[in-house]
Every structure is written in C-alpha cells, then in structure tokens.
Write a protein that binds this ligand. Structure first.
Ligand SMILES: *Cc1c(COP(=O)(O)O)cnc(C)c1O
Length: 415
C-alpha cells in the first residue's frame, strides 16, 4: 500500500506509516474514535476526490456528475433505510457543519437555543461562546444533576418554559446513559420549539436498535459518521419532509461549496456495512465491553459518573484518585493507552485540566477485543494512575499493552 506516496513524498509517507503504527500499538479508548474498515478507507481515497459536484443528484452545477449522482443517491437511500427518516442530506463535511446547517436553516441570529452545557457533556457546536453557535445565537444551557450526573428532565422543562427557546437540542458527547427523546418531545411541544437531536456519538447504537431512535420524535437529527457508526470523518442531517428544501439549501450553497464526493462514497460503504447483521453484533459487543470496562474500573475503586453506563462510553471521576484529568491523560499516553480528559458534572477544575477522563469501547471492540481484555485494560489503567505515572510501572504497562495490541491487529499488518 502507498507505494506511490513512498516514492514521491517519503516525508508524508513516513508520517502516514508512523500514525498507522501508533494506532496498531496503542489501546484506543477515545469514545469518539473508531477504526473504519479498509473498504471505507478505499472509497474515501478514491477518484471521487477529483470531482466537483455542487448541487444535488439530478440538479448539479457541473457536468460529468452522473456517477456522483448514483453514489450520493445510494448513500441517501441506505441512510434512510437504516434510520427510517423522511429526508437525508449526506453532504455535511462534519458534525459541526451538520449542526450549523440546521441552526441557520430555521433560526435567525439572536434566536434562543436550549442545549446541554459543555461541562455536562454537551458539544462545542451546541452553543459554546467560542463556537459560531454561541456567537450567533442566544444560548441557554441545561446541566446534568451534580449529584447523579443524570439529565433532570423536569429541570429541563422548567428552563424551557422560562426561556421559550426556538430550538431545543438534545444529544451529547460525554453522556453515559440513554437519552429520553420522547420526554424531550413533550417539552418541545409545551414550548412550541423545534426539537433537534445530535446523535454523533450513539448513531451506531441507534442504527442497530440498541438506543431508542430520536427520528420519530425530532424535527431534525444530525450525526457524525465516524464515531460508533464507523464510517469516514463527516456529518449527516436527517429531517422531516417539510424541512427538506430549507436544509438542502442551507448545506449548499448556504454554508458549504462542493460536496466531498469521495467521503460521500465512503459514507455509502459505511451505511452498507451498518445494514449487515455483523454490524448489530459489533454494536452489542461495544455495549458488553463498555459494561465490562466499567465494572473493572469500579472494582479498582474508580468512581463512575452516573454509577455506570448504558452505552459505549464511561466517564470516570478521578478526584478520589488524586490525579486530574489532564495528568491522567498524559500518564496513560506515556503508557500507550489513549483517553481524553473530560469535565465531570460541577467540575471544580478548568476545562483544560478537568477532574475526569472519558473512555469508550468502539475502537477496541472493532479490533476484536472482548470482556476479558476490558478487565485487563481496567487493571492497566489503575496501575498507571495509582503509581502516579512512575517510570517503572509505565514501562511495564507499555510492554503489556504492546503484547495485547499485537494479539488484536487492526488492519492485519498492512505495509
Ligand atoms: C463529535 C461531535 C460533533 C462534531 O463532530 P465534528 O465532526 O468533529 O465536527 C457534534 N456533536 C456531538 C454531540 C459530537 O459528539
């Protein structure tokens, strides 16, 4: 593989190969990451890279788009079958662009949005002041309960009734429990708000029926395709038929130019994979592994936000371990275990430091690890953090990580 790159640009080739080595060697526990199949990667690096296809199937602004039309229609129809939604736009370049398109399609600058705050597990694009979303819109946040870590739906309703937002956004980046979309619909009905769900993290679980679908309850559903869905790095918007035109117009020409047809081809492949029975088994294993990792950590004295997990991710509160999220992330990275620091509810530390780490099982499950390996990983994490990253422990854990990851190759030793 990459024989041309190797010849023409050894510098870039070297980076590509060292990144592959890192991915093969490390235990990847970042909840938003995954390993796309080689078929997805092949489509993503295919000849569609070369093609301009502004517009939509059948209505393009360039010639030569008949194959692009076919691949985009294929991605659309597969996605509609999976999520049973009226309308799909597969052109958003990322999850953030998908959210931006929905906001700009139905809101005016200054309109009010109600969404989950970043400290509780919300996403930057849901209204953080540093994001376009916080600059263009008037954002009201709900936070999870500081004691239980759960969404307090009665509290959300109270805030909604007080502020009457034009749009209510549910969905999160670090919420380890099931989200009650039906309850959100009831709130949105009371305040006559649009209801939007962002299922970037849980899309794979929704696709396979392991998390209730927001589609019947929401006006708009956005997602990324690269997290539990295991496709290329990109976004998708689903909506009710009545919003199809405003959404499509806002994606193009509203906020984007030419669609990335190579990535749309890769989305079609990922959706095809998600329709196969193996995908359901994969998602079920993600959940089993997440529960096993949670149990393993609890046995080692870790406190988990909400006391456990219903999905692919776990949020560990490290305060009783006397390390910050930032320190933990760094010590684990030294030990070839990749996690990310994450705020916990009512976190006393700044967002750049935090008191927690977020762990997810999509990637380790994709490489074939099971519950036994999750208990082992919990033990490795515990040893690194208990030793406060002491050199001897780190080097011992490193070699154990390497033994483990060699047993579960991601791409089967491609070179
Ligand atoms: C990951 C994520 C996104 C953004 O995805 P990008 O592709 O990085 O822009 C949006 N919303 C939620 C809830 C996410 O977790």
């Amino acid at each position: 593989m990459f024989e041309h790159l190797k010849k023409t640009d050894p510098e870039v080739f070297s980076c590509v190969m060292r990144e592959l080595d890192r991915q093969e060697r490390n235990i990847e526990l970042i909840a938003s990451e995954n390993f796309a199949s080689l078929s997805v990667l092949e489509a993503a690096s295919s000849f569609f890279t070369n093609k301009y296809a502004e517009g939509y199937p059948g209505k393009r602004y360039y010639g030569g788009c008949f194959v692009c039309d076919e691949i985009e229609n294929l991605a659309i129809s597969r996605c509609r079958e999976i999520f049973k939604c009226d309308h799909v736009n597969v052109q958003p370049l990322s999850g953030t662009q998908a959210n931006m398109a929905v906001f700009f399609a139905v809101l005016n600058p200054g309109d009010k949005i109600l969404s989950m705050g970043l400290p509780s597990g919300g996403h930057l694009s849901h209204g953080h002041p540093l994001s376009f979303s916080g600059r263009f819109f008037d954002v009201v946040s709900y936070e999870t309960d500081p004691e239980t870590g759960l969404i307090d739906y009665d509290e959300v309703e109270k805030i909604a009734l007080r502020h009457r937002p034009k749009l209510i956004l549910c969905g999160a980046s670090a919420y380890p429990r099931t989200i009650d979309f039906e309850r959100f619909r009831k709130i949105a009905d009371k305040t006559e708000s649009y209801l939007m769900a962002d299922i970037a993290h849980i899309a794979g679980l929704v696709a396979s029926g392991f998390h209730p679908s927001p589609v019947p309850h929401c006006d708009f559903v956005t997602t990324t395709t690269h997290k539990t869905l295991r496709g290329p790095r990109a976004g998708v918007i689903m909506c009710r038929r009545e919003y199809a035109t405003v959404i499509d117009r806002m994606v193009f020409p509203g906020i984007q130019g030419g669609p990335h047809m190579h990535i749309i081809a890769a989305k079609a492949v990922a959706f095809g994979e998600a329709q196969k029975p193996e995908f359901r088994i994969y998602q079920e294993r993600i959940l089993k592994n997440s529960r096993a990792l949670a149990q393993g950590l609890e046995k080692k004295g870790f406190r988990l936000v909400t006391g456990g997990t219903d999905n692919h991710l776990i949020l560990a509160d490290l305060r009783n371990k006397r390390v910050t999220g930032k320190q933990a992330q760094e010590m684990l990275e030294e030990s070839f275990i990749t996690v990310n620091k994450n705020s916990i509810p009512a976190d006393p530390e700044k967002p750049f430091v935090t008191s927690g780490i977020r762990l997810g099982t999509p990637a380790v499950t994709a490489r074939g690890m099971g519950e036994k390996e999750m208990y082992l990983i919990a033990d490795l994490i515990s040893r690194v953090l208990s030793s406060k990253g002491e050199k001897k422990t780190v080097s011992q854990v490193r070699s154990e990580v390497e033994v483990l990851t060699k047993k579960f190759p991601v791409y089967g030793g491609i070179k």
